[in-house]
Ligand binder design. Sequence first.
Ligand SMILES: Cc1cc2nc3c(=O)[nH]c(=O)nc-3n(C[C@H](O)[C@H](O)[C@H](O)COP(=O)(O)OP(=O)(O)OC[C@H]3O[C@@H](n4cnc5c(N)ncnc54)[C@H](O)[C@@H]3O)c2cc1C
Length: 470
Amino acid sequence: MVTGVLCLVTPKLMNSKNIIIIGGGISGLATLHGLKAKFADRPDVKIILLEKADHLGGTASSQHFPEGIFEQGPNGFLDSRQETLNLCEELGLKQQLVRAADAADKKFLLLGGQLEEFPSDLKSFLGFRPLPFWDKIRLPLEIFVRKGSDPEETVYEFGVRRFGERFTKLFLDPFVTGIYGGDARELNLRAAFPRLHELEQNYGSLFRALMKLRQAKRGEGRQVSVTPKGKLTSFLRGMSAVGETIAAKYPDSIYLKHEVHPLEASGTGFKVEAGNASFYADKVFLCVPAFVAAGLVRNVSIEFSGLLERIPYAPMAVVGLMYERRSFSHPPEGFGYLVPSYEQKGVIGVLFDSNMFPNRASGDKVMIRLMLGGVNNPGIVREDHSAIRQLAREELAERFQLKAQPLKEFCVVHPRAIPQYDRSYARLLPALEQESARQENLFLVANYLKGVAFNDCVINARKAVLRCAI
Ligand SMILES: Cc1cc2nc3c(=O)[nH]c(=O)nc-3n(C[C@H](O)[C@H](O)[C@H](O)COP(=O)(O)OP(=O)(O)OC[C@H]3O[C@@H](n4cnc5c(N)ncnc54)[C@H](O)[C@@H]3O)c2cc1C
């Protein structure tokens, strides 16, 4: 792998084609692997990846320490997408895959200071006290609600229209905050949850959709759900396993500590400068957040840059706290809990990582991660790390009557963590797609298009690789 100083000018060579990938998060990594496979029998095609950090992985980075692992970003992905499973298999990571323990299937909501178990079936739903009786019996009437026609409808509006306000506040709001760090009143249903939109449009009702799909799939023995399917899955060494494996597989193609400067158009391609190195690229894959991509394409197309710049992001802080198990009178159970925004806690969700993946903390210890901030608490980025850690400790102390101090603390702040598929984004997207199509030698592969999940990044990369002809 190439790190540090390198002064190299790769001019456009006769008969040679250069592809440059900018950014070594999962989007860039899946792109690199896909392109290497696609052009394996084309020695004339040179592919390199430029990454500004000193390691690969981007948000999906794990911090290893003697007693466990702290994940700075995602703690896993759902095993429902074959594209990600194929990537793992091709990288030889299949044996490394670990599925979350069944004990972590239980999920909780923090409501009025109490942890309430998230209902997992009809019986527990009917017994779920925070949702009043009338709101429960109203639910089947969803079948009679007309389908929506407003392309800018928010998740909140959709929820209230179909299921009622109380249901939306209790279930949809924390779901949105948990995935996007976002605000259900702002996120656009169609862009943020395309499957819900599609089911409503195709079947007229989510209940009807569920029944019809169940009927159709009954013979196949497959499960049907309107929420994301699959089991949370990670790697024994944590999420940085993909970056570590790719770094070992393609050492000569990866340039770490190479922060790319704005691109310059050059012939039909681009001059790409990073540190004091200069490259020529026939094709460039931008696998960086939208606000970085905006800067990179500024000199190529000011319109493209302007559109990318307008994509909003939510800030997020992730705090990891490791305790002795015996510090808890009742050790935390299940997956963790989400906090609806009306609780106004500043905490979005709390994940019991070592319940999901026991090796996140050695035997007698417990690893808990707290997500703080989000669009409803943007001030988090101005707090210093010790204040954020304190907020996290206080949350757990209150929830579990904890008196002991953590054995280990970790904190990472992502000032612009997750793109927001909000109303303004919904208006922006057609223009962005149009402009992107005009830039035939520039490819956008990132979580601000077609989904923010780890799986979505892998799928986006795969699609972009298929489109790339050289
Ligand atoms: C806190 C958090 C928790 C999450 N949890 C989950 C989860 O549990 N499950 C899930 O499916 N998804 C989760 N996500 C979402 C998912 O992790 C991300 O969408 C995904 O990892 C983004 O990958 P990426 O490669 O598109 O971007 P990034 O990971 O941001 O990678 C971009 C890379 O580009 C590099 N870069 C930036 N500028 C330059 C430059 N000028 N030159 C060169 N390199 C540059 C960066 O250093 C970085 O390595 C989470 C996200 C966050 C923030």
